[in-house]
Write a protein that binds this ligand. Sequence first.
Ligand code: SF4
Ligand code: SF4
Length: 370
Amino acid sequence: MAFTPSSQKIEIQQLDPQQLKTWIKAQALDLGFSDCVIAKPDAQDQMPRFKEYLERGYHADMHYLEENLEKRADPTLLVPGTKSIICVRMNYLVASPKPRYVPFEPNSAIIARYARGRDYHKVMRGRLKTLANRIKEKVGDFESRPFADSAPIFEKSLAESAGMGWTGKHTLLIHKKSGSFFVLGELFTSLDLPFDQPATAHCGSCTACIDICPTQAIVEPYMLDARKCIAYLTIEYKGIIPEELRAGIGNRIFGCDDCQLICPWNGFAKTATISDFDPRHGLDNILLLDIWQWDEATFLANTEGSPIRRTGYQSFKRNIAIGLGNAPYSDKIIAKLQEAKTWHDEIVNVHIDWAIQQQMHQSNVHQIEK
Ligand code: SF4
Ligand code: SF4
């Protein structure tokens, strides 16, 4: 795990570090990364706020966040010998998004934009390895390790400390010229590179993301309660979703982009430079009832290499059941929910029962209004 400084060749010492940094950044862009900055391996200043977040229980069932706090604060404990961290990002939009409710299509399933194509983790790590190899060809051997959401690392804070953007009130990183629809990766290195400087913050008095959040998960600026966040509930959480949050989930069946969609800085969001994020199996435009028909074999086939696979078939069905409960009244929806009850586990069935009740309630309202 630890780097061995003695393995670095003499050539590194002879290169101008500033020129090497400029060259590395150009290579990163050539590999399809949207930006590249060099961060100091130090995130100590994040700890007070992070500890408060944990103490308040806002991390929900993500107990792994309670572990390895020292390594999070000091990346040189995670990979000894680290002298600099090359932080990169990949834009993942394939088209400029429409605002969430214009037009509102309540019978369609909404999947977070990052998850409609291939899982980015492998692509990110593969390209970071290629970047490391290119640097080795130029400077000789050095130590490196790529990461993509795969270790106890304050990814956003490191990138922010080196100017990749600022943390918005919704807790995501925003870049002034590129918005926030991007994913992050890091290459820990034993190279002595000059660090980049932080960017300035530009949320100002805006509270649009806090106001729009359908479940009021952003409990105060820069503090998100995962227990209420649709992204956590529909992706990470495996249990019964609290009833009071189900209406707010609406038709979002995997993740949620609402706080990003409303952010004015995403008027500057850029589209992806690689094809991996292109939607598969019509996941950018699919009806709730059509996706409800997927049996487990279809789910596994259609989510191969996709981040959606991670949530599992039963949780996926749980989420669609909520979407169907929130959809406009339809006899067909009620029939399809009723016939599905025998195929699912108890947790899904709790949500199917709720969805049928919601539909029945709407049916009564429908009758009275006639
Ligand atoms: S992802 Fe959705 S639910 Fe979570 S904070 Fe943003 S708007 Fe709220
Ligand atoms: S919506 Fe407003 S407050 Fe929220 S992150 Fe964007 S600029 Fe900041």
